[in-house]
Write a protein that binds this ligand. Structure first.
Ligand SMILES: NC(=O)c1ccc[n+]([C@@H]2O[C@H](COP(=O)([O-])OP(=O)(O)OC[C@H]3O[C@@H](n4cnc5c(N)ncnc54)[C@H](O)[C@@H]3O)[C@@H](O)[C@H]2O)c1
Ligand SMILES: O=C(O)C[C@H](O)C(=O)O
Ligand SMILES: [Mg+2]
Length: 476
């Protein structure tokens, strides 16, 4: 499956040799969809036009080749809109106030700033009120599991991390910094993150391959007093649970009784299994390349050892095909092409399929939709986008606002229920089990659920003003 993209082709058409109708027909035949035409110049002999074409990425070269081979057509330039929006990066730092004169300068910089620094030196807690710490998250990656693209390195990870930072800011007002590390050594990653932590209110680990991600996250949670959250694990699990709660309502089945197959037991898969079990699921089957994980086998990955003991209650052995027979739910966080039509045909009635691998899902949605009752993917170009972007802005907004030191399992379950609750009962249907990321209730609901849970459990070290009338938590 290829990714759809938009290109703008500037072309000169010799009127006596070719017509725009021929150009349009050629673009259509090569798989392109013309969405806009702008006339740039029109002369007696020739016109120059910018033609905006939506197409599958794989058709890109073909369309340009066809146009170049047509008599009377000169392709002047081809620009890819997706690349254009990345030119020079997608984010920047801008000051909150201008420095207009010497007085301003002496306040925000030397000498005034020294007094502020000393105030923090005398009381480090003041970093929360006198610096950007309280609103700042580091988005940290080593570039080893970028989307489903694998170990593509820290530089190549940067556009994804910049994208996460954009979403943090736009959706939750959080200032997030993309930090791409040129090391894969867990000890070094832990050490570096600890060393940079003073300036941050939270750490969002991103696209770090399993199983190293588990150890890195655990050590950082133990050693830091700010929330550390591996988005690919928990953000994904929170949103998957939210989607599943609503999908089960649509099909009229219960979490406790459905058979759920989770494929790709890496960062996301491990956390999804844990989250499903924590929420009450009893029939979870974890499948990776070697087949169904179960008791009796020995695994080098301690997370798999643990999952083997708590999933697959009947001890089924075999491949994905064996797990899928009679399954009610498939959740894929593996890679493209893992799921075949035969697998879907062998599922129970009213099946639910979340094919969440990015950028290309486990099965092509256009193929799968005929065989399943509820279909979701991680992508924004199909209905039901199950993507961790529905979680990380709101969960960090809540954790930062109540200054929680950790994001607990209870806070994650509360976040999942909050996301599910954004879809009103009368709106719920097969095509709408999960709210859009542009629904501004998502961050509001998640933030509220996270803060309420943190206050109840004593995790909150600050009561946000809008929660002031509620009971005081124990202070630590
Ligand atoms: N939609 C979302 O919000 C979201 C969030 C996180 C991850 N993802 C996607 O999920 C996938 C996994 O991400 P991750 O961070 O967990 O990566 P990861 O590298 O930690 O884990 C991937 C796991 O999938 C397994 N796998 C790969 N191909 C398989 C196959 N053919 N059959 C069975 N197992 C297979 C691997 O062995 C590995 O255990 C990626 O495509 C990623 O883009 C989606
Ligand atoms: O980045 C995304 O779109 C989701 C997720 O974090 C992923 O790694 O695929
Ligand atoms: Mg990710």
């Amino acid at each position: 499956m290829s990714i759809s993209t938009t290109i703008v082709i500037r072309m000169e058409i010799q009127k006596s040799v070719a017509t725009f109708g021929e150009v349009a027909a050629a673009i259509g035949a090569a798989g392109g969809d013309i969405v806009a035409i702008d006339v740039i110049r029109s002369a007696k002999e020739a016109t120059t036009r910018d033609v905006t074409v939506n197409l599958h990425e794989s058709a890109n070269e073909q369309i340009v080749k066809v146009l170049k081979s047509m008599p009377g057509i000169r392709v002047v330039n081809v620009s890819d809109r997706t690349f254009l929006v990345h030119l020079g990066g997608k984010i920047e730092i801008s000051p909150k106030l201008p420095i207009k004169n010497r007085e301003d300068l002496s306040q925000v910089y030397t000498p005034g700033v020294a007094r502020v620094s000393m105030a923090i030196h005398n009381d480090p807690g003041k970093a929360y009120s006198l610096t950007m710490k309280r609103n700042t998250v580091a988005v940290v990656t080593d570039g080893t599991a970028v989307l489903g693209l694998g170990d593509i390195g820290p530089e190549a990870a940067m556009p994804v991390m910049e994208g996460k930072a954009m979403l943090f800011k736009q959706l939750a007002g959080i200032d997030a910094f993309p930090i791409c590390l040129n090391t894969k050594d867990p000890d070094a990653i832990v050490q570096i993150v600890k060393a940079i932590s003073p300036g941050f209110g939270g750490i969002n680990l991103e696209d770090i391959a399993s199983p190293r991600c588990f150890e890195i996250e655990r050590r950082l949670i133990d050693e830091l007093d700010i929330p550390v959250f591996h988005d690919d694990q928990h953000g994904t699990a929170v949103v998957a649970l939210a989607g599943l709660l609503n999908a089960l309502r649509v099909v009229g089945k219960q979490l406790e009784t459905v058979r759920i197959v989770v494929v790709g037991i890496g960062a996301a898969g491990v956390s999804i299994c844990n989250m499903l079990l924590a929420a009450g699921a009893r029939h979870v089957y974890a499948v990776d390349r070697e087949g169904i994980i179960g008791r009796g086998a020995a695994y080098r990955n301690p997370e798999w050892e643990r999952l083997a003991a708590v999933t697959n209650p009947e001890g089924i052995e075999g491949s994905l095909a064996d797990a899928m027979r009679g399954a009610d739910v498939f959740i894929g966080v593996s890679g493209p092409g893992v799921l075949q039509v035969e697998h879907l045909e062998s599922m129970a009635q009213d099946s639910i399929v979340f094919a969440m691998a990015n950028p290309n899902p486990e099965i092509e949605p256009d193929v799968a939709e005929r065989y399943v009752r509820v279909l979701a993917t991680g992508r924004s170009d199909y209905p039901n986008q199950i993507n961790n972007v529905l979680c990380f802005p709101g969960i960090f907004r809540g954790a930062l606002d109540c200054r929680a030191a950790t994001i607990t399992p209870a806070m994650k379950v509360a976040a999942a229920k909050a996301i599910a609750a954004v879809v009103q009962p009368d709106e719920l249907n097969e095509q709408y089990i999960i709210p859009s990321i542009f629904n501004d209730k998502v961050v509001e609901f998640v933030r509220k659920a996270v803060i309420e849970t943190a206050i109840e459990s004593g995790e909150a070290r600050r009561i946000p003003p809008d929660f002031m009338d509620r009971p005081e938590p124990e202070t630590r």
